[in-house]
Design a protein around this ligand. Structure first.
Ligand code: G3P
Length: 496
């Protein structure tokens, strides 16, 4: 009987299920968007039941589309939007509050107080992270402090915490397995990335009972088997990784120094730093990439909050395009931005500035400026932010970037990719399978169940679809970069 790997990619705006074959090719794919809730400015929530039901429905759709069932699935890999925080009741399985999404800024002021209390270095040393509302710790604390009765029930051991991977595993196993993997754990701000354990001092600092926390496992092993009726047979859940780390693996950035950038809602640039964590001096994050067997790989990460979502804003906010796919043609209708810069700090600036109060600007507007110049400046803003991260990463790691592997929705935009290559002065490589996040989770699961024999075997499958080479005159590019740096200086609200 033909065997496949099923990958679940639970992202910020949609849930996907993809069936891969032994060659790492997509055999079937289903995707469903689910509602986003914005109860107050800066707050972003998901309903955990809607996360689960959207995921469950795409699983059913993807497997029935090619007429397979649980017996055909050798293993399931889970990859997910990271940091998003869910707290639920151990007995009833009922979440005590909506999922607080990674983008949610409600705990920003509490983070400011932690910084003022001098906790920055202490937290960075242990977790590799910069104090920010982005990570799970302050979101869990907010739930315990604000949902009536939650703290008491947590102290009685009645509540459980999980990132989305934990929640899905819990639902798929019908409450038998409460786990997460090292890559997701490293985004909570509660995980010691050196000992690979929950950090008791940090749990105390944030007032979070240890009994809530999932067991931390490697990224590639059998955690348990499905018990849901979707499959009718028990299928091993065998791989878990946060979506950006999964994409790093799916791009086969397995050698130290290899780098990928995912152009999704945000942009996340990760460099494999090998078996040793690199402490950043340039405001990047040190994070766990994955653990396979006994081997742990670390990564340096530059997180950009607004990437492809700036195109949504051009569509929904500014109304200069009707669909996202129109942006490339509009931007390409002019040869340059005519001096316009768009710094897309719509929800603050993340790496390397970490200014949660910065807001977006469009500068350099003149009488000759058109919608096309603004569209082009918006795309270029994504590439400039990536350039800033690469600069910080090169300084941290003492390396020179030779090539950048790219994926995510906006990586299909040729204009953006060409500009990225011109800016960086390096090759930009787009793979044949751009669903690298799901592919990475599939590989992790497939390795655990012996579907693929080794990483070396998988590496042979990886193929480029398009390689962009720098074409622009360097002096022109350097001049443009100086203009971008000026534009960024104007939006910064605080100095780091
Ligand atoms: O850290 C947040 C990241 O994991 C979200 O990714 O692709 O769901 O926007 P995405």
């Amino acid at each position: 009987m033909e065997q496949y790997i099923l990958s679940l990619d639970q992202g910020t705006s949609s849930s996907r299920a993809i069936v891969f074959d032994r060659k790492g090719q997509i055999c079937s794919m289903a995707q469903r968007e689910f509602p986003q809730y914005f109860p107050k400015p800066g707050w972003v929530e998901h309903n955990p039941h809607e996360i689960w039901s959207s995921q469950a429905s795409v699983i059913a759709e993807a497997i029935s589309a090619i007429d397979i069932n649980g017996l055909n699935i050798a293993g399931i890999g889970i990859t997910n939007q990271r940091e998003t925080t869910i707290v639920w009741d151990r007995e009833t399985e009922e979440p005590v509050y909506n999922a607080i999404v990674w983008q949610d800024r409600r705990t920003s002021e509490y983070c400011d107080r932690l910084k003022a209390d001098g906790q920055t270095e202490y937290i960075r040393e242990r977790t590799g992270l910069i104090i920010d509302a982005y990570f799970s710790a302050t979101k869990i604390k907010w739930i315990l402090d604000n949902v009536p009765g939650a703290r008491k029930r947590a102290e009685q051991g009645k509540l459980m915490f999980g990132t989305v991977d934990s929640w899905l595993t819990w639902r798929l196993t019908r409450g038998e397995v409460h786990v997460t993997d090292v890559s997701n754990a490293s985004r909570t701000m509660l995980f010691n990335i050196h000992t690979l354990q929950w950090d008791e001092d940090l749990l105390k600092l944030f007032d979070i009972p240890a009994s809530m926390m999932p067991e931390v496992k490697s990224s590639s092993e059998v955690y348990g088997a499905t018990k849901t009726t979707i499959f009718a047979h028990k299928v091993p859940i065998a791989g878990i990784a946060g979506d950006q780390q999964a994409a790093l693996f799916g791009q086969m950035c397995v050698e130290p120094g290899s780098v990928k950038n995912t152009y999704g809602t945000g942009c996340f640039l990760l460099m494999n730093s090998g078996e040793k964590p690199i402490a950043s001096k340039n405001n990047l994050l040190t994070t766990v990439a994955w653990k396979i067997g006994d081997k742990v790989n670390y990564a340096l990460e530059g997180s950009i909050f607004v990437g492809g979502s700036v195109v949504q804003w051009l569509r929904d906010g500014l109304g200069i395009i009707r669909s996202s796919s129109e942006v490339e043609a509009l931007a390409a209708s002019v040869p340059d931005t005519n001096g316009v810069y768009f710094v897309p700090a719509l929800t603050g600036l993340a790496a390397p500035h970490w200014d949660q109060y910065a807001r977006g600007t469009i500068s350099g507007i003149s009488r000759g400026t058109t919608a096309a110049h603004i569209a082009r400046a918006a795309l270029e803003g994504i590439a400039y932010q990536t350039l800033d991260i690469v600069g910080a990463m090169q300084r941290d790691a003492g390396i020179t970037l030779l090539e950048l592997k790219v994926d995510g929705g906006a990586a299909r935009n040729n204009l953006l990719m060409q500009f990225q290559s011109d800016l960086l002065g390096t090759k930009v490589i787009r793979p044949r399978v751009t669903e690298t996040t799901a592919l990475g989770a599939a590989y992790l699961a497939g390795l655990a169940v012996g579907y693929w024999g080794s990483i070396a075997e998988i590496e042979e499958q990886w193929q480029a679809e398009h390689i962009f080479e720098p074409t622009e005159e360097r002096t022109q590019i350097d001049k443009a970069i100086t203009g971008w740096e000026d534009a960024v200086r104007r939006v910064l609200h605080t100095e780091n």
